[in-house]
Design a binder for this molecule. Structure first.
Ligand code: 25A
Ligand code: L14
Length: 349
């Protein structure tokens, strides 16, 4: 690319499920871009990608890649972020990291722009993009917390296979074909590539996302617990999660139970708050069977909320169904939004 005014951006993990969506969103951004550098593993180096009429060659990500980069968007897994994010910062880049490597680090803001954009001001070179299931949940719940207080969240997730990356998507395709042809399904990746056992995801439901911790919750579940408290600035909030993988490709869905602090509210009060909430679209009309689904949310940037109901027994309890594209608001779009905010607020050094 020629010498244009604007930011020099690098995408790490550019050939992955999230990286590809980041590149698409950079096509549309209003942020001025001087150059875009696409980085992945040596396996992909040399591949060519077209970007705004120019051809960009994928390069292997190494420490020197970040020379002259203003902002680096990382989506290549936690171990790559641990190795290379500090190298990028050392060379003057601000990093927006999509992995769990730095999220709970005290010096790293964990940001959903609609919820806690102010936290960006405290950054020291790395900003973490939260876990996908957490992002869509807090985007819908923070406005309710602000209006009515919140004491407890209990969530069960229904998560898409793309959260586990491009190779897991191929695994679901292959297993589906095998199942329909009546042959044995080969399972090598899900629930967790590095774990001891693998189960087929096709025509199945797996109550394990990420590995188990000592308390018998999975890391995905504990990410939802800990990240929610950090983003919502609510260490005392009670949060419990059960995370389940289902055999569809895109968008996570969540059944969420919340208890507010204010007495005497109805579902209509919750609906009214959510209708005004930035980045949230209420899709909730039982009479017309209108509610969001993973397929209806695919490719959309918003967080959709439906099935808003008051609990039958607990007067401060409400149930919601929250759906969003895990690769967009859950990952690539939230990342690009953070980059845009950093640029707009002069937070790129
Ligand atoms: O390591 P972890 O913590 O378990 O996490 C790894 C996962 O993080 C995903 C990512 O998705 C991967 O599954 N990820 C990151 N952020 C995410 C988020 N917010 C997220 N998932 C959900 N939500 P992915 O697999 O789709 O993309 C991986 C990208 O990372 C690049 N990469 C890998 N190693 C790298 C590296 N980049 C720099 N240095 C390294 N050492 C990777 O590039 C991709 O861009 P690639 O060149 O390795 O992949 C090119 C194509 O190759 C295929 N492929 C993947 N694994 C294998 C493979 N082919 C053969 N053998 C393999 N083992 C992929 O289909 C890819 O298209
Ligand atoms: O913490 O659905 O970003 O497997 C990436 C993988 C969230 C879960 C993260 C998945 C995870 C996601």
């Amino acid at each position: 690319m020629g010498e244009k005014p604007g930011y020099h951006v690098a995408v790490v993990g550019a050939t992955g499920a999230v990286g590809e969506r980041i590149i698409e969103l950079l096509h549309e951004t209003d942020m001025p871009l001087a150059s875009v550098k696409l980085l992945a593993s040596a396996r992909s180096a040399g591949k060519k990608v077209s970007f705004k009429g120019e051809t960009i060659e994928i390069e292997e990500a190494v420490p020197e890649s970040f020379k002259g980069i203003d902002i680096a968007l990382f989506s290549a897994g936690g171990s790559i972020s641990k190795q290379l994010a500090p190298e990028a910062v050392k060379r003057g880049a601000v990093v927006v990291d999509n992995t769990s490597a730095y999220r709970m680090d005290e010096n790293v803001p964990l940001v959903v722009p609609e919820v806690n954009a102010n936290d960006l001001k405290k950054h020291q070179g790395i900003i973490a993009n939260p876990n996908c299931s957490t992002i869509q949940m807090v985007a819908a719940l923070k406005p309710i917390q602000d209006a009515f207080g919140m004491s407890r969240i209990i969530v069960s997730t229904y998560q898409a296979v793309s959260g586990s990356g491009a190779t897991a998507c191929t695994e679901l395709e292959n297993q589906s074909e095998s199942y329909l042809q009546g042959t044995d399904m080969q399972a090598d990746i899900l629930p967790v590539k590095s774990d001891k056992k693998h189960y087929p995801i096709a025509f199945n439901a797996l109550p394990q996302i990420d590995v188990f911790g000592e308390n018998d919750y999975t890391f995905e579940e504990m990410k939802m617990v800990n990240e929610t408290k950090k983003i919502m600035h609510a260490p005392e909030l009670k949060v419990a999660a059960t995370c389940v993988r289902l055999p569809f490709f895109r968008s996570h869905a969540e059944s969420v139970y919340v208890e507010v602090e204010k007495e005497g509210l109805n579902a209509a009060d919750i609906r009214e708050i959510l209708e005004k909430a930035p980045g949230v679209t209420v899709q909730d009309n039982p009479a017309e069977q209108d509610y969001p689904t993973p397929l209806s949310a695919e490719g959309r940037k918003e967080v959709f909320v439906g099935r808003i109901r008051k609990d039958l027994d607990e007067s401060k309890g409400f149930h919601l169904w929250i759906v969003s594209d895990n690769l967009l608001k859950g990952a690539a779009w939230n990342t690009v939004q953070i980059a845009e905010q950093l640029a707009a607020n002069h937070l790129l050094s």
